[in-house]
Design a protein around this ligand. Structure first.
Ligand code: NAD
Length: 478
């Protein structure tokens, strides 16, 4: 069995353990896994100074050499995948198989960005005789990254991969509730030969760190993944200091299930996807908007399957659904379900918090929901399937677009005409038709409306880590 690591900050290539500590809990049984050292003002200042030195060196390392280090780190992470996944399940809760997939996903992100950064080309624009306009694409500078607790390995990897591949340095504040994942990524990068100071890792009081980093003149890009309210706060701070930002915030994923879809297969796939991270996913499908003609069959199948799922510690091999990551989510989900129940929604499966230790809440299927249920308007970020009905596709698209969120949307149909109307009409950053995969290393991912702006992943994501400099070069004409 793998031991939970001794937690630390990483500053200038050295692990550092300040005296102020906070506990990290195992969400499956509430035991203390470790004590997390917290950065004070001196640690934050040291991280900035280290990143300044690191960036000055790293930006001059040839892209091919940068790629070699990142690819070597990805290989080490692949070799350590079982160990990293085990630790991730301990601190975050999701079943081991899901943690392993997350670790492999982090590798594919590092690999794709490392390779694609070899193609961050500029261009030459011809001018009058003797004049060349040269468009250079340069690394933007030091990135302040903020990653949340739901994906302790793959969410940090998005920020780290984009920054390092494009020649930037990064100071990452990962989640204080799931700190080990970023440490393991950092260790692999150190072992692969990353120079000190290029990647620095901080934990502590989130507001103290973001308020020190974002206004600092050496920080040139803010990349945050988390809730809409915190995202708006940090985006305002970034704007005040003229810093560009990538904001990956919340969602309320609609799933439009058209009359021509298979209600049984779609319901089974829907329950299965809800077990992923117990629904604590920004792109989680949340509101199923199902055609009248297949609604009853869809609800019945989803409820039956949800009731069969085994809930337990993610370490146990036969667990389908792990605990929620923290007590805040259990309280929030229980309150949303009680509100829906009190307003007359049907609880087709789940709906009751189990007794005992651990932050558990079952996959819960809610149907026949009055429109004033809070959960139809607020992001639940948990194990809830909300099922509504529609009779006309325009009505379904209007229901999907009615919230201020616009991250991921899903639809099930075999009709090309329906698919075309959905592609055209849905307000979202990512639309998946007939499946539930919202993003890959090579595809751009991000939101519209309150779900944020900027993209991570794909060429678009990598370009966010660069700035364009135009050089007009006039030569003496012979
Ligand atoms: P929260 O709003 O308190 O925190 C969200 C994240 O922001 C956490 O990782 C936290 O450490 C960080 N944070 C908070 N204040 C900060 C500050 N001033 N500076 C820098 N970072 C700060 O909510 P929570 O209870 O941790 O999570 C619940 C909500 O967060 C969910 O409802 C969901 O909307 C959102 N969330 C979204 C994602 C995502 O992938 N987009 C991931 C995790 C949580």
């Amino acid at each position: 069995m793998t031991a939970y690591p001794e937690l630390a900050l990483l500053i200038d290539g050295e692990w550092r353990r300040p005296a102020r500590r906070i506990p990290v809990l195992n969400p499956a049984d509430q035991s203390v896994l470790g004590m997390l050292p917290c950065a004070g003002p001196d640690d934050i200042a040291d991280a900035i100074a280290a990143a300044e030195r690191g960036f000055a060196k790293w930006r001059r390392v040839a892209p091919g050499e940068r790629a070699k280090i990142i690819l070597r780190a990805a290989q080490l992470i692949r070799e350590r995948a079982d160990e990293i996944a085990y630790v991730s399940t301990l601190e975050q809760g999701k079943p081991l198989a899901q943690s392993k997939l997350e670790v492999l996903r982090a590798c594919s992100i590092l690999e794709w960005d490392a390779n694609e950064a070899l193609r961050l080309y500029g261009r030459v624009i011809p001018g009058e005789q003797g004049m060349r306009h040269i468009v250079l694409r340069e690394p933007i500078g030091i990135v302040a990254g903020f990653s949340p607790w739901n994906y302790p390995v793959s969410s940090p990897s998005r920020k780290i991969a984009g920054a390092l591949a494009s020649g930037c340095a990064i100071i990452l504040k990962a989640s204080e509730e799931t700190p080990a994942g970023s440490m393991q990524l950092a260790q692999a990068l150190i072992d692969a030969g990353l120079p000190p100071g290029v990647f620095n890792l901080l934990y502590g009081t989130p507001s103290e760190i973001s308020e020190a980093l974002i206004p600092h003149p050496s920080i040139r890009l803010v990349h945050f993944t988390g809730s809409v309210p915190v995202g708006k706060h940090l985006a305002a701070l970034a704007g005040q200091h003229m810093k560009p930002a990538i904001m990956e915030l919340g969602g309320h994923g609609p799933v439009i299930v058209c009359a021509d879809a298979d209600p049984v297969a779609t319901a089974l796939a829907s329950v299965a996807i809800k077990t992923r991270n117990a629904g604590q996913v920004c792109v989680a499908p949340t509101r199923w908007i199902v055609h009248d003609s297949i609604y009853d069959s869809f609800v019945e199948t989803a409820a039956k399957r949800a009731a069969e799922l085994r809930m337990g510690s993610g370490i146990d091999g036969d667990t389908d659904v792990g605990p929620l990551a923290n007590p805040r989510r259990v309280e929030a989900i229980a309150a949303l379900v009680e509100d829906a129940r009190s307003k007359g929604a049907a609880i087709a499966a789940g709906g009751n918090r189990p007794e005992g230790d651990g932050f558990f809440y079952p996959i819960t299927v809610l149907a026949d929901m009055p429109s004033d249920c809070r959960v139809l308007h607020e992001e639940p970020f948990g194990p809830l399937l909300l099922i509504q009905r529609f009779s006309d596709l325009d009505e379904a698209i209007a229901m999907a677009n009615s919230l201020p969120f616009g991250l991921a949307a899903y639809a099930f149909t075999d009709s090309a005409s329906n698919a075309d109307r959905l592609m055209d009409g849905l307000e979202c950053g990512n639309l998946s038709i007939n499946h539930f995969v919202a993003s890959l290393a090579e595809t751009p991912f991000g939101g519209v409306k309150d779900s944020g702006y900027g993209r991570e992943g794909g060429v678009e994501g990598l370009q966010s880590y660069t700035v364009v400099k135009n050089v007009s070069f006039k030569m003496r004409v012979a």
